[in-house]
Write a protein that binds this ligand. Structure first.
Ligand code: C5P
Length: 233
């Protein structure tokens, strides 16, 4: 899609608040939202349903290339339904097990390559908020604004724990913290598109910030960087 369509990238580790902030900013600006983590989660879930091994790079690459996914807005709400081959898998992809499996398939170059164009296709007018690990470094290096959100492992584990509990998914906090640290290590140390801030990203440590404060900081950055396109909103 055209490079003239504005993009805001929000990268960072799990639990840094990027999912929540990205959704709020997209809503506020009236822009599209790319939850790239969901794509990796969908590949992991679908591959497991098909009985594919999580290290079978060639098979996973083919599967990712043909991934039959639809994100459908539930009429009359802001809720998005995630359909994998027609099945609503919104809840299944949010488990920690699926997140960990996603992190394994995400380390495979063939899978990343297969999902590259699909992510670019989300760049549609009037603009895109792209949430992930490599949005600012690999997928949209020309983005008009790049943000990298971080928070301590302890704080991120607490947040995830609360989120999962609200969804009725029960987990052990200590195990969760260990899994988050392992996932961080895998995501940061992988050979292709590791988790790291783009050189021109604004770094925000959200450990001590509430959602509203982070949202306001991000919106301030958008107003500065996208002054021309946001002048009417
Ligand atoms: O953000 P989320 O927790 O949904 O991402 C799940 C996993 O997908 C991450 O741990 C990471 O390994 C992978 N991912 C990625 N690149 C992205 C988004 C997610 O490698 N842009």
């Amino acid at each position: 899609m055209g490079a003239e369509i504005p993009v805001l990238t929000i990268d960072g580790p799990g639990g840094s608040g990027k999912g929540t902030i990205s959704a709020l900013v997209a809503q506020k600006l009236g822009w599209h939202l790319l939850d790239s983590g969901a794509l990796y989660r969908l590949v992991a879930l679908g591959a497991q349903k098909q009985g594919l091994a999580l290290d079978d790079e060639a098979a996973l690459g083919d599967y990712a290339r043909d991934l039959d996914v639809k994100f459908e807005l539930v009429p009359g709400s802001t809720e998005v339904r995630t359909l994998l081959a027609g099945e609503d898998v919104g809840r299944q992809i949010r488990t920690e097990a699926c997140g960990n499996a996603a992190s394994q398939v995400a380390a495979l170059p063939a899978v990343r390559e297969a999902l590259h164009q699909r992510q670019l296709d989300f760049r549609q007018p009037p603009g895109l908020v792209a949430d992930g690990r490599d949005m600012g470094t690999a997928i949209f290096p020309d983005a008009g604004a790049k943000i990298f959100l971080t928070a301590s492992v302890e704080e991120r584990a607490q947040r995830r724990y609360k989120q999962l509990k609200e969804k009725g998914i029960s987990v052990n906090l200590a195990d969760l913290q260990k899994e988050i640290a392992q996932r961080d290590a895998r995501d940061s140390q992988r050979r292709v598109s590791p988790l790291r801030p783009a050189e021109d990203a604004v770094l925000l440590d959200t450990s001590e910030m509430d959602i509203e404060t982070v949202l306001n900081e991000v919106l301030d950055i958008c107003r500065q960087r996208f002054a021309g396109v946001l002048s009417t909103s």
